[in-house]
Design a protein. Sequence first.
Length: 247
Amino acid sequence: MEKEITVFELFNIFKKRFVLIMNMTIIGLVLAAGYTFFVATPQYSATSQLLVNRSQETEVIQRSDIDTNVQLINTYSDIIRNPIILEPVIEEIGMEQSTGQLRNKISVTTSENSQVFSLQVTDDNPYEAAEIANTTSNVFRDNLNSIMNVDNVTIISEAVADTNPVSPNNTLNMVIGIFVGGMLGVAVAFTLEILDTTVKEDKFIVDELGWNNLGAISRMSTDELNSDSDNISRKTKTENRTSRSRV
């Protein structure tokens, strides 16, 4: 038969193990702070924006032309992160990285039904992130005609170095550290309570075991023990003096 825990018992467990839970919470906060400020490498982001706009034979822009431009962006996203573009970028900047490492730094984002897409670069150096974003945009625009036989991309916004890191998120990491530490503290508190098999009240002896309660031994404080020791010592001295006087 499973034992049910009442809200009052839960409160008593929290109260009894409050110091443990708080210590675990503080430890979680300290570990999160240590990782955030001393271990994690800040990452910076730079973004350039490009416009896909097919040359029009007439002054009237057709809906079909816009749809075609939007669909082309998906293809352009794959081309930008392809070695055919990344290798010239690495060579032009003089980077000591592989195309795979550079690809992991580049992401392309689009908005629904928009002819504009963004090329975002994340790096541990804000100025290098901006340089990679701008160089990649220029290389892609200059080589697109030879790759797809089209020339319909315009750079409308160059990347600018931003010295405010995008990661790690200090506040979020602190909150996660507090939450994880607190949850571990609660888990440890309940584990210790479950593993504690000592009898805490006479109700358990009577109701659960069916035994008769023959009495209880009171817990004595240090002051009471010292007081009793002093009384015994004084009593012993008195008895000694009495026995000597009788002799």
